[in-house]
Design a protein around this ligand. Structure first.
Ligand SMILES: [Zn+2]
Length: 334
């Protein structure tokens, strides 16, 4: 092949290659431009119409947030376990004050079982169970009236319905009326489902007669089990125990013996348990009142005693059935 023709062939080949390279480059350029356009369209679709932090600032965050899976909602951490003090474990939260007790001294909400008032105060509460009964009650009310002493009477519902005038007279004299159940049954011995109605029916009977609702329940025989305690507390009532038992339901006990025992046992904050239908108790009552007043004691109702009682250092569950030695509310020392 002559030299001239060979040069011309190389020249044509070069032009073809250049044209081919130009086409590839153009195609590459077109592909790059297309990809860039698509990318911008995606971002524009994901861009929120308006962002609280300014237009455009949340662009990439929003776009990725749509794609990223959201973490599962986490449960709140469990509350740290803190055991309640002994004796408070089975107790529901305090119930609001029921109607019919407005204007009365405020019972501290922590008070659930009341054995004794503040031991630093020379106050004492007289309580009388098992009324109303006509025998001796008139004389008892007259003695209290003469001495300007207010007491607390735990009435039995069925007796209250039988003698409503005695209930009314007692309440109108300024004494406090407590709940001693409707039938005076030993509550731990009856079915659990009957415990509440025994308390509720007595509440209703006294409410119907006096327009006031008792705030304290004294279980007959001061016998208390867990279900009885629950039935009382869930009605917003307080269990009324005692620390001085006159033991005046003992047959043939003389009034002198009852008085001697009472004066030996009473201490500041005492709750004295007696019976309104026992003649010997009514006989010795003037002497008991005057002796304690001479010692500087003031007589109050159970609600007043509770209102003057400061928070206990420790509340223990009762050990025995109403025994004054059963573990009691212990007020702070000093
Ligand atoms: Zn009784």
């Amino acid at each position: 092949m002559p030299q001239r023709h060979r040069a011309s062939l190389w020249s044509q080949l070069g032009r073809v290659l250049a044209a081919a390279l130009g086409l590839v480059g153009a195609a590459l350029l077109a592909a790059l431009l297309s990809a860039a356009t698509q990318s911008m369209s995606t971002l524009a679709l994901d861009t929120p119409a308006a962002s609280p932090s300014g237009p455009g600032t949340a662009l990439s965050t929003t776009a990725y947030a749509v794609e990223a899976p959201s973490p599962p909602p986490s449960e709140p951490p469990p509350a740290p376990f803190s055991p309640a003090p002994a004796g408070e474990q089975a107790q529901p939260p305090p119930a609001p004050a029921p109607p019919g007790v407005e204007g009365l001294p405020r019972i501290p909400p922590w008070l659930k079982v009341f054995y004794r008032g503040d031991p630093s105060r020379k106050v004492v509460a007289l309580t009388f169970d098992d009324g109303p009964r006509p025998e001796h009650l008139s004389r008892l009310l007259a003695i209290l009236d003469r001495s300007h002493v207010k007491a607390t009477f735990f009435f039995v519902g069925i007796q209250a319905e039988k003698y409503p005038n005695w209930v009314r007279m007692t309440a109108q004299a300024g004494h406090e009326i407590g709940n001693h159940t409707y039938d005076h049954l030993r509550l731990p011995l009856i079915p659990d489902c009957d415990k509440g109605p025994e308390i509720g029916r007595c509440q209703q009977a006294i409410w119907d007669i006096t327009g006031e609702r008792p705030r304290f329940v004294r279980p007959p025989g001061c016998e208390l089990d867990a279900a009885t305690l629950r039935a009382i507390l869930e009605r917003g009532l307080v269990v009324a125990m005692y620390d001085v038992n006159l033991r005046d339901d003992t047959p043939n006990l003389s009034s002198r013996a009852i008085l001697r025992h009472a004066l030996a046992c009473v201490r500041p904050g005492s709750i004295i348990l007696g019976h309104s239908n026992v003649e010997a108790t009514v006989d010795m009552l003037p002497d008991l009142i005057s002796a304690l007043q001479t010692r500087g004691y003031r007589f109050v109702t159970l609600s007043e005693l509770a209102a003057e009682t400061t928070a206990p250092r420790r509340v223990s569950a009762p050990r025995g059935a109403g025994s004054p030695r059963a573990s009691s509310i212990r007020a702070p020392r000093g």
